[in-house]
Design a protein around this ligand. Structure first.
Ligand code: ADP
Ligand code: MG
Length: 242
């Protein structure tokens, strides 16, 4: 994929669409820095596509961040209780395994069907509720997900290795770094200090293996509820084949 960097004022749709194309994305920053705003922006962008092309598995330890997306036809599973969240991750693994089986049958190395986004808001909360069970499943999901078009999008306020172990963090080779509380937190996300100097919200660094640059981060105040409402109304009319 060829990446075209846009100037910050231009085309926010492209920024979020690009983030969605990353294998896995980690969004980090202090409380109130706009992590959930980034997640909502990406999901709003993803919802331009039908449930045949985009599906969500939502993990919401805080119980209020992703609940608006629960009733969408795109949502395979919404989970907010500790046991449910582990099951949701396991379901993502099952989907991935099934896709590998299809790929093997068709002799292809990359899955050609729709994208599944496993959205976690927030990862630190998920890890603290059930680290022992979560860590190996999440690690495996990150490792096998990319070729199967299964992507993990995770927000976290605390990128310390005590909370998010290094074997998990290294799988997120694309990152959004919003304002952090300290230079050390910034270093934990980007490898360098600087995020502690960002404005309280509204700007962030977007780092991929190809480079890192500063973006203005837009918030879709009206578009998000509008598109949720649109799909909720469609849900009873969507008939799955098979
Ligand atoms: N990019 C942005 N543009 C406008 N307002 C923003 C932006 N990011 C954050 N905010 C403001 O800050 C508040 C907190 O953002 P939120 O995404 O909930 O932070 P976090 O999830 O990091 O705790 C939002 O409700 C909004 O009022
Ligand atoms: Mg949040």
């Amino acid at each position: 994929m060829k990446r075209v960097w846009k100037t910050p004022e231009l085309d926010y749709y492209n920024l979020y669409a690009d983030m969605l194309q990353q294998p896995h994305l980690l969004i980090a920053g202090a409380t109130g820095s706009g992590k959930s705003v980034v997640i909502n922006g990406m999901m709003t962008t993803a919802l331009k596509d039908s449930p045949a092309a985009v599906q969500f598995i939502l993990i919401d330890p805080k119980r209020v961040e992703l609940v608006d997306y629960k009733e969408l036809p795109h949502t395979l599973r919404y989970s907010s209780e500790p046991g449910e969240m582990v099951q949701a991750l396991q379901e993502a693994i099952t989907i991935t395994d099934n896709r590998y089986r299809d790929m093997a049958r068709q002799h292809v190395k990359k899955y050609g069907g729709g994208a599944v986004y496993v959205v976690i808001d927030e990862l630190a909360d998920l890890m603290t509720t059930n680290k022992k069970q979560v860590q190996p499943i999440l690690q495996r999901l990150c490792q096998i997900g990319r070729a199967a078009n299964v992507h993990v999008v995770a927000a976290t306020q605390c990128p310390l290795s005590a909370v998010i172990p290094t074997p998990i963090k290294v799988n997120f080779d694309s990152r959004v770094a919003l304002r952090t509380r300290s230079g050390q937190d910034s270093r934990n996300i980007l490898g360098v200090t600087g995020c502690e100097l960002l404005p309280r919200y509204g700007q962030g660094y977007y780092m991929t293996p190809e480079g890192c640059r500063l973006y203005n981060i837009p918030m879709y105040e009206t578009e998000t509820p509008d598109i949720i409402e649109y799909w909720r109304k469609q849900k009873p009319r969507i008939v799955w084949n098979g």
